[in-house]
Design a protein. Sequence first.
Length: 286
Amino acid sequence: MAAPLIALLIAGRLHFLRRVASGRTPQQEKLLRPPGYSSFLKLDDLLDGSYVRIIQALSCGALAGVSVQGVADVLGKIGLSWWLLIPSFCLVSFAVACAWLTGDLLRRLREAQNWRLGLRGEQAVAEKLAEVAECGYRAYHDIPGDGPWNLDHVVVGPQGVFVIETKARRKPAEKRADQSHYKAVLDGDVLRFSNGDDRKVVTQVLANARWLSDYLRKKTGETVFVEPLIAVPGWWVERSGRESEVKAMNACYLAGYLRSRPAVLKPTQVTRIKTAIEEKCRTLEF
């Protein structure tokens, strides 16, 4: 019963050692981070942990089955005695461990599903940003901040600097004749969906814009205004009567909005800003 599990563990260890011992990379220069890179790393970590949890749960389940046989053997050969405590303790311990590992596996899979949604949302926004390259824009993705956080997208061009936060959210499962359940409303500092409110995204993108503006000021020696935007793939976005410091829109409208902006930066300023941002986000090993 244990042989297949042991074989899986050995195979996983050999794969890890082979990856570590692989040859040198053909290029030493680091690459720019792709869209959703942080989400991809988190998703990859969750899936790797899920594979380990599957093996652990199967192992504990198999050992619990062996313990059941041990209880049966003691009852059949000795009867009720203190010897029964040993296989009974093993049975309870392995059964509880198997149940906990299975619950943790399900939690990881649910969390991985949410990170996968976020990854696809950032990829969808990046695809729309690629459409404005002919206007002189350059898009950067997953720029790491000074802590355990990142900026989803930054767009730089003669028209200015824009920081974009992607908010990917599932739509309600029920179908109705109207489309109100597919509508999001930017109400001051709250982004309201038909299936709940997001009270963090506005504050988050404003903080990201301030951080990026301060970072560019230190790197270029000039004050750089950074406009905060929120992209919501797949949702119809409207504004309420309350004023908001940011703009929110469906990802499909991003290209049109960026094309409509007037030029405010000189070519030399754009070059300096791009250099500063590349220094921050060119971190990916080949």
